[in-house]
Design a protein around this ligand. Structure first.
Ligand code: HEC
Length: 398
């Protein structure tokens, strides 16, 4: 008491500050070098959307510690919630104009979920004669071309979509009451859900726009090219909007010169508002292709469903089209034209990246990783689960 240390309080403060500093930096360092258990937990959370069970966590931890993160991701994807929730949220925005995840399960989303589950070649998603339905007995109401009740029942009954005996692949052309012959089916493009959103009213250009957005990750604003020939632009597009032909040449033509001859593939399809189903009229161009002809009578009058890809040349050649004529008839071959691009492969990886890594592709390192995984996707039969596993491994932290 007679000789109090005048520095003791300050010293004690310094000691605690130092201790705190060590604690904080140590904590940061350890989170930057998360161990296999932390990585496993993060990987599971991001893939499935829920924490793993103790047993799965331990399995995944051991696989990661053994240098097998891809296998760890596959272990996580065994969880039925991966299909009913994570994948459903992944695909639902592609099935509607508003791009919302708040959509009941439908034939479009169920088909993508099933194709991913069964390792179906995903480059056939816009061309297959395929659709996933609930197995007989799983719902009260069977598939219908005129409503979505079947899928809503599947979802509300919390059916196990990871089980092939519950959600199964059948052909679209073989569905009871099918109108589409196999040659007119085009994967998810010809599902009921897609028809309702993208063939209803309008001029069927919307189906092409959303296919480009969802499967090449490009909206038309990014595809605009005013250097293409304008001879396939339909009659409804004025060549001098507001009396100004430069607007047509500098704006309208940028989208319509490429889009109109692609959307011609859908000339025989229509969403019938009264029947609430997709109808197909082979050999008979839908009247919506010929409306408002007086806007420019010299414009293109659609005679059939021949599509032509004018974007194989010019700036959009960079999408990486496969070898081929760049022309065909109907939706199926147009679907293949889209899914056989390099842009398709990269786009699927980018979508998975955003879904699993919870952020966009930003750095050069990210971009290199996306290109690498797109190569793997193409080399491994276009299996989407492989893409999920590769991406999850790339952003599990280290
Ligand atoms: C960025 C791309 C883009 C540009 C630029 C563009 N359009 Fe379009 N246009 C579209 C798309 C996409 C649709 C289909 C919209 C839908 O149905 O959802 C469309 C539809 C139309 C339609 C049919 C409308 C209907 O009844 O459905 C007309 C007419 C049209 N555009 C005229 C024009 C004119 C004139 C211009 C220039 C002033 C123009 N467009 C510029 C992309 C574009």
């Amino acid at each position: 008491m007679t000789n109090p240390d005048p520095f003791s309080t300050a010293r004690r403060m310094r000691f605690w500050l130092l201790a705190l500093l060590i604690l904080v930096t140590g904590g940061l360092a350890s989170s930057a070098t998360a161990g296999p258990r932390e990585q496993a937990r993060r990987m599971h959370d991001r893939l499935v959307g829920v924490p793993p069970s103790e047993a799965v966590l331990t399995d995944m931890q051991n696989l990661i510690a053994a240098g097998q993160p891809i296998q760890a991701a596959y272990r996580a994807m065994e969880n039925p919630i991966f299909y009913s929730s994570s994948l459903k949220n992944f695909v639902s925005p592609w099935t509607n104009q508003a791009q919302t995840i708040f959509e009941p399960l439908n034939d479009y989303s169920a088909t993508v979920i099933g194709m991913i589950r069964d390792d179906m070649r995903f480059d056939r998603v816009l061309s297959s004669d395929m659709i996933y339905v609930g197995a007989p007995g799983t719902t009260e109401t069977p598939y219908s071309h005129t409503d979505n009740v079947h899928y809503e029942e599947l979802e509300e009954s919390r059916a196990d979509l990871s089980n092939p005996a519950v959600l199964m692949a059948v052909t679209q052309s073989g569905l009871p009451g099918a109108q589409l012959p196999s040659s007119a089916t085009a994967g998810v493009l010809t599902t009921r859900a897609a028809g309702e959103e993208f063939f209803s009213a309008g001029t069927n250009r919307r189906m092409f726009r959303f296919a480009a957005m969802n499967y090449m990750c490009r909206d038309l604003e990014q595809l605009k090219d005013t250097t293409r020939p304008t001879n396939r632009i339909r009659q409804d597009v004025s060549r001098s909007p507001g009396g100004d032909s430069s607007v047509f040449l500098n704006s309208c033509s940028g989208c319509h010169s490429g889009m109109d001859p692609m959307a011609q593939a859908f000339a025989y399809y229509q969403w019938d508002d009264d029947m609430e189903r997709v109808v197909y009229t082979p050999g008979q161009v839908q009247p919506k292709y010929l409306i408002n002809a007086s806007a420019f009578p010299m414009g293109f009058a659609t005679p059939d469903d021949t599509w032509t890809n004018l974007w194989r040349h010019g700036p959009n050649a960079s999408l990486g089209w496969a070898n081929g004529p760049g022309e065909g008839n109907g939706a199926k071959s147009l679907g293949l034209e889209i899914t056989q691009t390099r842009a398709f492969s990269v786009c699927q990886v980018e979508k998975v990246f955003a879904h699993v890594c919870l952020r966009g592709v930003s750095s050069q390192t990210d971009r290199d990783e996306v290109e690498r995984i797109a190569d793997v996707f193409e080399a491994d039969n276009f299996r989407m689960k492989r893409v999920f596993a590769e991406v999850a491994s790339a952003c599990m932290g280290n």
